[in-house]
Design a protein around this ligand. Structure first.
Ligand code: CUA
Length: 167
């Protein structure tokens, strides 16, 4: 039987502490950052803000009146319902420079809403309200389409936003 060496505890303890403290401090700092972002700065996943009953869209504002509504000087709300296999509405006209708040949902299955060439790229989930904002600073035809495969009529799901006038 060998006698136990008297422990030189001091130096290993410092090394252990150098590992243990950051492994507690880093996750704690991350948790604090997440809490500050979520509750202090209001940063959330897009589209998870509001829910809606997909079976009652026709009686739930704003989806009871899909389409374009002017809500301010050169500012509009575009309410869109996706369903198999169409967008409602599928054509709107806005003046150039218009800021458009898009509010969209799906009536049945998961659809997509993409305006190529812009930052608008949404997933439309039944029961969820998805929102984004876009400013159209150039005139032209902005086609939008469903980019989540949703069945045999998927390729029929498109429409356009016509931006008209001179800036
Ligand atoms: Cu709707 Cu693909």
């Amino acid at each position: 039987m060998t006698a136990q060496q008297p422990r030189e505890a001091h130096e290993p303890y410092i090394f252990e502490l150098a590992w243990i403290l950051p492994s507690i401090a880093i996750p704690t700092a991350m948790l604090v950052a997440v809490i500050i972002a979520a509750f202090g700065m209001g940063i959330h996943l897009p589209g998870l803000g509001t829910t809606v009953d997909p079976a009652r869209l026709s009686e739930t504002p704003p989806f009871d009146t899909p389409g374009l509504t002017q809500i301010g000087p050169n500012r509009y709300q575009l309410t869109i319902i996706a369903s198999a296999w169409q967008f409602q509405p599928n054509e709107v006209r806005v003046p150039v420079g218009a800021q458009v708040d898009i509010v969209a949902t799906s009536r049945d299955v998961i659809h997509g809403f993409e305006i190529p060439g812009t930052d608008v790229n949404l997933m439309l989930i039944p029961g969820r309200v998805t929102r984004t904002t876009i400013t159209f600073s150039k005139q032209g035809n902005y086609q939008f389409m469903c980019h989540e495969y949703c069945g045999v009529g998927h390729h029929l799901m498109w429409g356009r936003i016509i931006v008209e006038g001179t800036p």
